[in-house]
Design a protein around this ligand. Sequence first.
Ligand code: NDP
Length: 444
Amino acid sequence: MSYVDEVIDMVVAKNPAQPEFHQAVKEVLESLRVVIEANEETYRKEALLERLVNPERQIIFRVPWVDDKGQVQVNTGYRVQFNSAIGPYKGGLRLHPSVNIGIIKFLGFEQIFKNSLTGLPIGGGKGGSDFDPKGKSDREVMAFCQSFMTELSKYIGADTDVPAGDIGTGAREIGYMFGQYKKIRGLYEGVLTGKGLSYGGSLARTEATGYGLLYITEEMLKCNGSDIKGKTIAVSGAGNVAIYAIQKAQQLGGKPVTCSDSTGWIYDPEGIDVELLKEIKEVKRARLTEYAAARKSAEYHEGKGVWSVKCDIALPCATQNELNLDDAKALVANGCIAVCEGANMPTTLDATEYLQKNGVWFIPGKAANAGGVATSALEMSQNSERLSWTFEEVDGKLQNIMVNIFHNLDDAAKKYGMEGNYVAGANIAGFLKVADAMTAQGIV
Ligand code: NDP
């Protein structure tokens, strides 16, 4: 049996009931096969893949807090410090009822390659909790965040592990967590990113993931003789990534016509009104039904359906496995030319393969949404320098980083005889740097 197959089997056997983690490992190792097989003897001797798929450290802890009725609630907290070969662990904190160790491991594993692709010195990690901030009062969210950070603060620091936001962890949650870290550790340092501008946050961090997604999409289209101007775009999600993807797509001359949340979706043939969307999601924290109520041109539908709309470009920006094989078939039938992932692993493996086989340009999340973590790393640099850069400076650096990421993965795909396979290119380019650093640092 080949080394890649042995390691995939081992991961499935040793990590039962973690399907998302299995999926992420399979997707990465399958596309690395050609590179691994060329160096199989050395990698096998060093157990490089076994070390790569085993997190350096996994921390699971109790998070007790008191709700507004005086009732004690208990959640589970996680931080998986996956790989520090190229820098301090870096990756977000997800607060969502679906969170479990398998989800955090899949996200942490993907983060290793994503962070490597940015070209910046950041290792891979991820964390979170099964706590649901939805429907909680500010005081309850604060109580949870303080309890969560009381434990997490023992394991993180500006030079060891720097968490950030993710689903459910926005500016409010980061603020409460930063305050508690400072109180407990007595340190004013860049231990979290995604901070508010008044206490060390970076301009353009809020926009970074969505903007970065469009910068890499534009570069990829340009290199294939196309561009965003005049294209109809289907976007899923209505959170941080989706909102700023829609905004930048409009600035580049595209027409995003959909968005969605966990209960339904909007089709607005005149183009999404991004200011209205922001008001509903960022300010009122309300449902998309309010968007349809406020805008004549919009239709609201319950459930899933964004990918049934005719579009040139699809940008999944909500959550994992939200674009399946049937969705991929609908996109191809409707003439979609590109799918670029704003969310982490939103496309199932069979859907990805179908899209690629049918000539759809496909950029995986670990490259396409790396603008968020790249700008977090720029926030870390500003905190270390005790300086703040302008919006234009940060946005300019972000643009360069995304263009470089595209060329790195395009070159890697070409070098290994898989031109146009950006999934393989991203995995290979991300992997080679980490593998090199792991080998150089010995068996640790
Ligand atoms: P938000 O919490 O701001 O938004 C998530 C959006 O997806 C919301 O509209 C939410 O709906 C919807 N959603 C969440 N879970 C589900 C579900 N199970 N089914 C359907 N819809 C769902 O998160 P972000 O925009 O920050 O993140 C979106 C994705 O992008 C995630 O995969 C995240 O890991 C990834 N990502 C985010 C980065 C960032 O900088 N924010 C960086 C890199 C990746 P509702 O409004 O109902 O909650």
